[in-house]
Every structure is written in C-alpha cells, then in structure tokens.
Design a protein around this ligand. Structure first.
Ligand SMILES: NC(=O)c1ccc[n+]([C@@H]2O[C@H](COP(=O)([O-])OP(=O)(O)OC[C@H]3O[C@@H](n4cnc5c(N)ncnc54)[C@H](OP(=O)(O)O)[C@@H]3O)[C@@H](O)[C@H]2O)c1
Length: 238
C-alpha cells in the first residue's frame, strides 16, 4: 500500500513595515500564495494589515516594531525566538520631507532621520533577526533603483538616493562577512509605484507591481549570495 504524501508545512514570511503601501501589499500577496505572514507595524492605530489579519486570523500575525529603536528589535527577536521564517524581508523606509532638496539644502535632522531609517536601521533588523531564517531561506531588504550609483546620471532625490546607496553598501558588507552562508540575500529595486512615498504620479499601481516582486523573491530561494535586482529579477548595476 502506498504511503500518503506528507503535507508540506506552511512557509512563513516575516515582513518588517507592513502597515500600508508596498509592505502591506507584499503581505497580502504572500498570503494569496499560501504563505503565513508575520507583519510588523508601529504605533497603536488600526492599519490595512490589521484588517487583513482580522480576515485571516490563522495565517496573519501582527507584531510591533519601530526599526529605529534597537531595544524594540531586541524585544521582537525575543518574542519570535524558536520560530522559523523561510523569508525575512525588511520593507520599511522613508523619504525626506522635501524630496527635491539637494544635499546642500537638506536640513541636518532630516538627513539624519532618512539615513538612520533607510540605511542603519534595516541592517540592525537583519543583524538582530537573521538567526530566525534557516539555511534554505532568504533575507531581503527593500532598496530602490535610486540606490544605484552607476545609474545616477540625472540626479534628483539626492538624500533618498544616498540612503539607499548606503544601504546597498552595508548589505554588501554583510554578505562579505557571511561569505559561504547558504541563504539568499536580496536588495530589491521594486520600480516606481503609487504609494504615499511614490506619489500618485508613479507609473505602476501596487496591483501591477507587487505580484512581480513576490514571484521574483520566490525565484531567488535556494540561490546563495547577494543580488541587487529589480522586480523582474534583472540585475541592477551597483
Ligand atoms: N513607492 C515607490 O515608488 C518605491 C520605489 C522604490 C523603493 N521603495 C521603497 O519601498 C519601501 C516601502 O515604500 P512605500 O512606497 O510602500 O512607502 P509608504 O507607503 O510610505 O510605506 C512605508 C512603510 O514603511 C514603514 N516605516 C517607515 N518608517 C518606519 C520605522 N521607523 N519603523 C517601522 N516601519 C516604518 C511605514 O510604517 P507606518 O505606517 O508606521 O508609517 C510603512 O509601513 C521603502 O523602503 C521605500 O523606500 C518605494
């Protein structure tokens, strides 16, 4: 008599910054593809992720994290100890108040806020939570095409560009320090998308872009090493 096939255990995504925008849409799309999701929000306000969790109580869990607060990263790591996440994806990010400010014009505190949020804090999250990802898993961060030094021929968005270029550099350093790590490492350039950050003039809606981001992330599983790629999986020049 043949043995019944063993059921595959559900795979779980830990997504940091999933209250709204691309992060929320990623959580919803992974859910559609059969994954379980642990998503983080900050503050106590109701968010689209809370509505998603209310509809899928058994598959969506909400955790709290402000990525700029190291003690909150440590506390989250403690709460999730013993769990296993096939994918850890840090999505949280911001732009400076006036995106047209040049580096000569930006207020120092606005520059510091963007660099801490977009470059330093995602790396602290990766360092603090990476042990929850198994050898077969993927660790990803939301970068941007604007983080490419090579492609910066038009300028603009100088502070934001610099923060994502710095993030890319820190992730390259992380990858160099973890040479031989079997896990996939991804810096994702999702394209210009209609969100609060991207604005209404962006060429792509969340519905158009996010399924491609998810398919590309899934396709990177099992490929060790760091890739800086767009949502179609095409390499972005550093
Ligand atoms: N939209 C685009 O065209 C585009 C293009 C390239 C890259 N990106 C990147 O994609 C990511 C998501 O952007 P989006 O367009 O979806 O922007 P968004 O709609 O403004 O959403 C930003 C998300 O990041 C979270 N966040 C911000 N600061 C945080 C912090 N200190 N701690 C925890 N969470 C924090 C926000 O949470 P709250 O709700 O609590 O504020 C929200 O969930 C960002 O990294 C962005 O740089 C976006």
């Amino acid at each position: 008599m043949s043995q019944p096939a063993l059921a595959t255990p559900p795979r779980t995504l830990l997504i940091i910054g999933a209250s709204r925008g691309i992060g929320y849409a990623l959580a919803a799309e992974f859910l559609t593809r059969g994954w379980h999701v642990v998503g983080t929000v900050r503050g106590t306000a109701n968010t689209p992720l809370h509505d998603l969790a209310a509809k899928h109580k058994d598959r969506v869990q909400i955790e709290s994290l402000d990525i700029t607060q190291p003690d909150e990263i440590e506390a989250l790591s403690g709460r999730l100890a013993g769990r296993r996440f096939e994918m850890l994806f840090v999505n949280a990010g911001i732009a400076n108040q006036n995106q047209d400010d040049t580096i000569a014009e930006v207020a120092t505190d606005d520059f510091v806020r963007v660099m801490i949020t977009n470059a330093l804090s995602p790396m602290r999250v990766i360092e603090g939570l990476q042990s929850l990802v198994p050898a077969s898993g993927l660790i990803g961060i939301m970068s941007s095409g604007q983080g490419s030094v090579s492609n910066n021929e038009k300028g603009g968005h100088e502070v934001y560009r610099g923060s994502k270029a710095a993030l890319n550099m820190y992730m390259r350093s992380y990858a160099a320090r973890h040479a031989g790590d079997p896990r996939s490492l991804v810096l994702m350039a999702p394209g210009w998308i209609q969100t609060a950050l991207g604005g209404p003039g962006a060429p792509f809606s969340l519905e158009e872009a996010v399924p491609h981001i998810v398919s590309t992330l899934l396709a990177q599983q099992g490929k060790p090493g760091l890739r800086y790629i767009d949502r179609e999986g095409k390499t972005v020049p550093w």
